[in-house]
Every structure is written in structure tokens, then in C-alpha cells.
Design a binder for this molecule. Structure first.
Ligand code: PMP
Ligand code: GLN
Length: 396
């Protein structure tokens, strides 16, 4: 028989699914895949339930129900001062995952180059390549994850069509600064390129760090497709409601991509997300401060065990160096080991790299109840203390 699609045949199952399955098999606390263990606001969930019973369960409009498109436009104005037309500049998608793919489809022709920043989310490279485009990878280096400006500038060239930028960033917890964004904006203008902005963690920033959409910088309004996710903003990751904000010309093409991918997205969930986006500022501030407190619990716990904990300014994730614990295997071995032996699951950071990844970092999700985080630290502590005692006994 003829070989099916070669690129997808060669693509493994996502690390998030692999580690969640391993966690389930070993009864481990799952700090791997990024999902909260407490559902988002009751009024949003109630709105979704109510909306099922009022006779609007057939195909909604292609670009999203008007309530949600208006709510997306209003939040753009409220948080970022962006003036967005809800009719022509918003496209609702089935999750940010579809929003990113639709945006890339809207921009790329075979042979185009796309600048991406490593470590990177696992859908980016396969989608870029499926479209026949060529990723140009620029790498951030731990522990500071600073933007290497000369390398970034060198990655741009005559074939560059776009950059795919994720801020706040998974897995690093980095929030790009105004100066870094200005540098990127200048490159985009100089090379007449676009940006696909994965901003799913836009409302999850800590310690006074503020998310700045690249789209708000001078000259960027017409070059950016900005993608948000209700999953993250309302702690309802299973809902898969994403939204693209883009200038009219690009939104129209992204809508064509959406038309060919899923066509529409469940109407009751869209209407409930519109209720969520209308929540007051206290909701959004509370979401971030609640997560910051969880981050602090996990960071302090991991540090007390000897991990080298890197700072997380945003997102759901902490990156931690496990080399100081004396574990000699790589990150895949470490994450398997703690799942099986300590009953706690994390994600190997090398999964976010194409090649030559650093091999001594694990990503821990802190979007869990504090009691669960404390229990996870207790389990890791018990395991590594026993391991240390065994080592001591052996060497005595
Ligand atoms: N981008 C990043 C960086 C993510 O971490 C996630 C998390 N799932 C997504 C996109 C996808 O978001 P959604 O679940 O809305 O598809
Ligand atoms: N974005 C989530 C994470 O990084 C996972 C989403 C998924 O499982 N595909 O953990």
C-alpha cells in the first residue's frame, strides 16, 4: 500500500498525552499537562448549560456568534486600547490550536520562511511544515531566556513571511519585554513580514509583569494575528474556544482557513465565553494573583528540595533544573522516574526543542490546588530523601 502522509507518520503522540497516560497508570499527581484541577467560574458554566436549551443549537455563523465577537472586541479595547471591529476583525476558532493553524494557513505559501523561537509549543513545527513552509529556529537559552537579538535579526531574510511569537511563553514562563517586542516589530517592518501571536496566557502574568500584545506597537496593527484562548482565561481547557483578532484583510483569509478546518465552533460554549469576557477586572486580577500564589508554593517547594528553579513571570509553568539533585539521566528519564518512583509527573523540557536540547530541565504545572502542590512536594521530598539515604548507605 502507498505510504500515508510522511510528515504525520513521523510525528509522535504529543508529550502531554504521553505523560498524562503515564501519570494515570502510576496514580501520579499530574503536574505535566497544563490544565487546572478546578473548573472556571460557575456563571460561565451555567451560561453554557442554559444556552443548550434555548434553541440555538444549529450551525452558528462561520466567524463566531455575534455576542462573542463583540466581547472579544470589547476586551481588546479594555485591556490593550485596541479598536477592533467585531464584524470583520474577529474569528472564533475551536481552541487557540486551531486559531494558530488557521493564522499560519492564512499567511503561508510553500517555500515561505517562518521565524520561531525555541523552546516552542509542539504544534508549531509540524503545522508550518505541513504547509510547505520552512521554520527558522532561534533559540532562547536558560536560565535567563533572553532574546538573542543578533541571531533573531540573522534569521530574517527575503523569504521571511512571518514570526510565530508566544508570549507569555510556554514552557519558560517568560513575558517578552516592551524593548524585545520593539526589536521584533522593527524586524517585521524592515522585512515586510507578519506575526502570528500566540497569546493564550495573556491574562496569566505575575509580580507586576504585564502582557503587551505585539499588535499594540507602532506599525504592528496591520501585521499581527493575535490569538487568545478561553481555555486558559477561564480555566476551562476542555472547551476549546479560541479567538483571532486580526486586521480585516487577514481575518477574512483566516476565516477561509477556519471554514476548511472546522467551519464553526459549538454555539453554547461561545455564548458562555462571551459572558466570561464581560467579567469585571477583579476576575482577571484574581485569576493572576491566585495562580501567582500557587506558583510560589511550587517554586518554594522545589527549591527546598534542591531544584534550580527558574523564574516564571507568566503562564502555568515552572522550569526547574534537576541536575543539583544528583540525577544523572536525561530529562525524559527524570520525568519517567519521578512519575513511576515518586508519584509526581512533569514534562521533559527537551520536548520543546527540535534538536540538541538542554537535558536537565523539567516543566512543572502549578495550576493545581495548593493542597495538591504540597502533596506533590511531599512525595518528591520523601522519594529523594530515601534515594539520598540509600546512596549514603551504599557508599558507607
Ligand atoms: N499555545 C500554547 C503556548 C499553549 O500552551 C496552548 C495550551 N494548550 C495552546 C496554544 C492551545 O490552546 P487551546 O487549548 O485553546 O487550543
Ligand atoms: N498546552 C498544554 C501544555 O502545554 C497542553 C495542551 C495539550 O495537551 N495539547 O501542557
Amino acid at each position: 500500500m502507498k505510504t500515508p502522509n510522511s510528515l504525520l507518520s513521523a510525528t509522535g503522540t504529543t508529550i502531554f498525552t504521553v505523560m498524562s497516560a503515564l501519570a494515570a497508570r502510576h496514580g501520579a499527581i499530574n503536574l505535566g499537562q497544563g490544565f487546572p484541577d478546578t473548573d472556571g467560574p460557575d456563571d460561565v458554566i451555567q451560561a453554557a448549560a442554559d444556552a443548550l436549551f434555548d434553541g440555538r443549537n444549529q450551525y452558528p455563523p462561520l466567524t463566531g456568534v455575534p455576542e462573542l465577537r463583540e466581547a472579544v472586541a470589547a476586551t481588546n479595547r479594555r485591556f490593550y486600547g485596541l479598536d477592533v471591529d467585531p464584524v470583520t476583525e474577529v474569528v472564533v476558532t475551536s481552541g487557540a490550536t486551531e486559531g494558530i493553524t488557521a493564522s499560519l494557513m492564512a499567511l503561508l505559501d510553500p517555500g515561505d520562511e517562518v521565524v520561531v523561537i525555541e523552546p516552542l509549543y509542539d504544534t508549531y513545527l509540524p503545522v508550518i511544515r505541513m504547509l510547505g513552509a520552512i521554520p527558522r529556529i532561534v533559540r532562547l537559552v536558560p536560565p535567563k531566556w533572553e532574546l538573542p537579538r543578533a541571531e533573531l535579526a540573522a534569521a530574517f531574510g527575503p523569504k521571511t513571511k512571518a514570526i510565530l511569537l508566544n508570549t507569555p511563553m510556554n514552557p519558560t514562563g517568560k513575558v517578552f519585554t516592551a524593548a524585545e517586542l520593539a526589536f521584533i516589530a522593527e524586524l517585521l517592518q524592515r522585512h515586510d513580514a507578519y506575526a502570528v501571536c500566540d497569546e493564550v496566557y495573556e491574562h496569566l502574568t505575575f509580580d507586576g509583569w504585564r502582557h503587551i500584545p505585539l499588535m499594540t506597537l507602532p506599525g504592528m496593527r496591520d501585521r499581527c494575528l493575535r490569538i487568545g484562548s478561553a481555555g486558559k482565561t477561564f480555566s476551562l481547557t476542555g472547551w476549546k474556544i479560541g479567538y483571532i483578532t486580526a486586521p480585516r484583510a487577514l481575518a477574512a483569509i483566516a476565516a477561509k482557513a477556519h471554514q476548511n478546518l472546522t467551519f464553526t465552533t459549538p454555539p453554547n460554549l461561545q455564548r458562555a465565553v462571551a459572558v466570561g469576557l464581560a467579567k469585571d477586572d477583579a476576575y482577571f486580577a484574581g485569576l493572576a494573583s491566585g495562580l501567582a500564589a500557587k506558583r510560589d508554593v511550587l517554586a518554594a517547594g522545589l527549591a527546598s528540595l534542591g531544584f534550580g528553579v527558574l523564574p516564571a513571570m507568566g503562564s502555568y509553568f515552572i522550569t526547574a533544573d534537576f541536575a543539583p539533585l544528583g540525577f544523572t539521566g536525561d530529562d525524559v528519564a527524570f520525568c519517567k522516574h519521578i512519575t513511576e518512583q515518586a508519584g509526581v509527573t512533569a514534562i521533559p523540557v527537551s520536548a520543546f526543542y527540535e534538536t540538541d536540547a538542554p537535558r536537565h530541565y523539567a516543566r512543572f504545572a502549578f495550576c493545581k490546588r495548593e493542597s495538591v502542590l504540597t502533596e506533590a512536594i511531599g512525595r518528591l521530598s520523601a522519594h529523594f530523601e530515601t534515594a539520598a539515604l540509600t546512596r549514603q548507605a551504599r557508599s558507607a
